[in-house]
Design a protein. Structure first.
Length: 122
């Protein structure tokens, strides 16, 4: 084993410290996944970032929390709104009711816009 450590240019102590860090990370993942499962029972549509900000678990950052959640498949599916508020069809045009009209005085024709107040045109 000593030759292997020399070949990898690490010490025996560094190898064991790496194993201990990996075990701690695995335990932390296990706890985080348990927390996410508990939260999802109550709030099935809560996103990972919202969970982190609301519960603020100790000794883990936001990005690591989200990364663990995504690794274990806790992404919330975003539903697309199927309702359209605009209908752009060439067949829904209205006739110009002003063709042939002669405007001779003020306030004979008014128009409006959804974004502005009504105002006289003439």
């Amino acid at each position: 084993m000593t030759d292997l450590f020399l070949l990898c240019k690490i010490s025996r102590q560094a190898h064991h410290q790496s194993l201990i860090r990996e075990q701690k990370w695995t335990l932390k993942e296990y706890l985080i996944v348990g927390l996410i499962l508990q939260i999802r029972e109550i709030h099935p549509a809560m996103g990972l970032r919202t969970m982190y900000e609301f519960y603020q678990p100790q000794d883990i950052g936001r990005d690591a929390f989200v990364s663990i959640g995504l690794t274990y498949g806790f992404r919330v599916k975003a539903f697309k709104n199927q309702i359209k508020t605009t209908f752009s069809s060439p067949y829904s045009r209205y006739k110009n009711l002003l063709v042939g009209k002669v405007l001779t005085n003020i306030n004979q024709l008014w128009t409006s816009d959804l974004t502005a107040r009504a105002a006289p045109l003439f």
